[in-house]
Design a protein around this ligand. Sequence first.
Ligand code: ADP
Length: 240
Amino acid sequence: DDISHFYEIERLRREFIANVSHELKTPLTGIRGFIEPLLDGTVDDEETRYKYLTLIRDESLHLNGLIDELLNYSRFEAGKVEVNLVPLDIGNVIENIGFKMQLLADSKGINLELRVPEGIPFVYGAEDKIEEVLCNLLSNAIRYTPKKGVIIVSVKDEGEMLRISVSDSGLGIDEEDLPYIWERFYKADKSRTPSDGGTGLGLAIVKSIVNAHGGTVSVESKVGEGSTFSFTLRKVQDSI
Ligand code: ADP
């Protein structure tokens, strides 16, 4: 029911904060560990000094990434998804993201196929936000599809709207989880640990971005067969 569901989301939120705080501590501990010997003079050769400084730099980059993630999250939490809608060549956006995700797909032996016909209509959208949507859907598809799987991105004209779909031949989602996967922090596979990278925020962000565009999101899935996530965007009616 609604109340226990509220407590569940609250619990997931606390777990998220705890995980992130824990993840912030690791690089910081590393940085402090390398600074001490540099300061107290234990390190006297140039090579070790260089090595320690490089590690400190890498750890701070890592920290930066984590903090960006947190900032992204709090902006999203504050409900500030603002979109500046302009006519967008969605075919081009799909090609670009497809190109960027190709390496990741290749590394798992997954066949990523873009079915984007010539001359599909422009849509109203904010390019960086739509890229984020596609990026989240594609990284999920890659994450939840075993080696040698197939992922297909396709588009369909539905009159006033254009539907963009990402289908995968992956694990699929349990029917009882399906209604909740769009919610913040919800992870269908409870066995996963934070080091798997998922925070349960990806789809919640997808949904709020698409809704801010006046579109809708949907999903169809069968355990063991795969999932199809899709979203709609308004077409620019008089585009070439
Ligand atoms: P996460 O960071 O955990 O991936 P998301 O909000 O992106 O968070 O997804 C929520 C949950 O939905 C995931 O934990 C996963 O269980 C399920 N899910 C999302 N995309 C897929 C997919 N393509 N195939 C199977 N399960 C998926």
